[in-house]
Ligand binder design. Structure first.
Ligand SMILES: Cc1cc2nc3c(=O)[nH]c(=O)nc-3n(C[C@H](O)[C@H](O)[C@H](O)COP(=O)(O)OP(=O)(O)OC[C@H]3O[C@@H](n4cnc5c(N)ncnc54)[C@H](O)[C@@H]3O)c2cc1C
Length: 335
């Protein structure tokens, strides 16, 4: 039987494993990951669907548009289906606020609606005190802890296997599989010696504010994203900072910034705080590589470095990764 090993069980690893199963049903797919769902960056992310070219530097625009479209088809059809609740996906009105005009973001032409807010609307909503431009966008919000569990269930039900452990050296896979798919995000620094991927530290709080049913996303390190149970309130961005400890100073700053935009948050109780490291790479790496070692040869498909848009881009990039796996197997005459 043809064997594929996927390293990583964040949103990218799980989505890639499922897309390989969909495209190549005869393949035996195993995920090997140190963290399964909990402990991944994906687990704690906001997460709103809003892929933006600025957040995925170095990526070819046409490719980015295709990943955005493919991702939207997936998330929006889920959001409109009876699976929406179980998958943790909700259609959510979202105010995008900025000091500068937001020109043609990748998501503009795919989301359900995208409208400019007039000066009067900005004033009535209390946004004009802080921002010059505003847009009302109907997109989807992904409650990642629910979505990841839904993906894992789907993978296992389709016959996938999972091993929870840290991979120290990829040589262990020589002779054990036909293709390795690398979805280890920042783990690629150690595992594949890629020092061009760096962390971008982000912190958010989850608060109890069931009255907030809309997103606010700004260019001023402030965002509010209602999940199924709690509301995610962020954030901050610090390149090259590996520190995953909670900073009380960051939490204070986040709440101050967000309460200015949404004063009703002042009465929300904080449920927890969380730090995640965004995997920043220019460009996101989605390509094949043949690696030769003393022990033999490995065919690798890389799919990592999704920066700040990894949840939104996960499905689209995973479809392309599955195509790459198919072409590797074809060239090995395994299919
Ligand atoms: C605060 C914050 C808010 C965010 N908000 C959004 C948002 O609103 N919208 C959006 O689209 N994106 C958002 N993101 C970005 C998004 O979370 C990431 O881009 C995405 O989670 C990356 O997914 P991944 O699967 O590549 O990596 P991860 O989720 O980090 O998964 C990596 C996997 O690889 C495994 N691994 C690594 N090394 C090894 C090894 N040596 N051996 C075995 N396993 C290994 C890990 O255990 C894990 O399973 C946000 C990120 C942060 C930090």
């Amino acid at each position: 039987m043809v064997g594929v090993i996927v390293i990583g069980a964040g949103v990218v690893g799980l989505s890639t494993a499922i897309n390989i199963q969909r495209l190549l049903p005869s393949c035996h797919v195993t995920i090997v990951a140190e963290h399964i769902i909990e402990g991944t960056t994906s687990f704690g992310a906001g997460a709103i669907f809003r892929p933006t070219a600025d957040y995925i530097p170095g990526v070819n625009l046409e490719k980015a548009k295709k990943w955005t479209r493919d991702g939207w088809d997936h998330f929006s059809s889920l959001a409109m289906s009876e699976e929406a609740g179980r998958a943790g996906i909700a259609i959510t009105p979202s105010f995008m606020l900025s000091q500068t005009e937001i020109k043609d973001p990748l998501y503009k032409d795919v989301v359900f609606t995208f409208h400019d807010l007039s000066e009067d609307e900005m004033r009535k909503l209390g946004f004009s005190k802080h921002f010059k431009f505003g847009y009302l966008v109907t997109t989807v919000v992904i409650t990642t802890k629910i979505y990841l569990a839904w993906l894992l269930k789907r993978f296992l039900e389709s016959g996938g296997k999972i091993e929870q452990r840290r991979v120290v050296n990829i040589d262990e896979f020589v002779g054990r599989c036909d293709v390795i798919v690398n979805c280890s995000a920042l783990g690629s620094r150690q595992l594949f010696g890629d020092k061009t991927i760096i962390p971008n530290r982000g912190q958010l709080l989850r608060v109890k504010a069931p009255w907030i049913k809309y997103c606010v996303y700004t260019d001023r390190d402030a965002y509010i994203i209602p999940n199924q149970d709690l509301v995610a309130v962020g954030g901050c961005r610090e390149d090259n900072n590996f520190n995953t400890s909670i900073s009380q100073e960051d939490s204070k700053g986040i709440m101050e910034r967000c309460c200015k935009i949404c004063p009703s948050l002042k009465s929300a109780d904080v449920y927890n705080e969380w730090v995640g490291l965004r995997p920043i790479r220019s460009p996101l790496r989605l390509e094949k590589e043949v690696i030769k070692s003393d022990h033999g040869q490995l065919t690798v498909v890389h799919n990592y470095g999704h920066c700040s848009d990894g949840i939104g881009l996960s499905w689209g990039t995973s479809m392309e990764a599955a195509d790459l796996v198919q072409s590797c197997l074809n060239s090995q005459s395994k299919l």
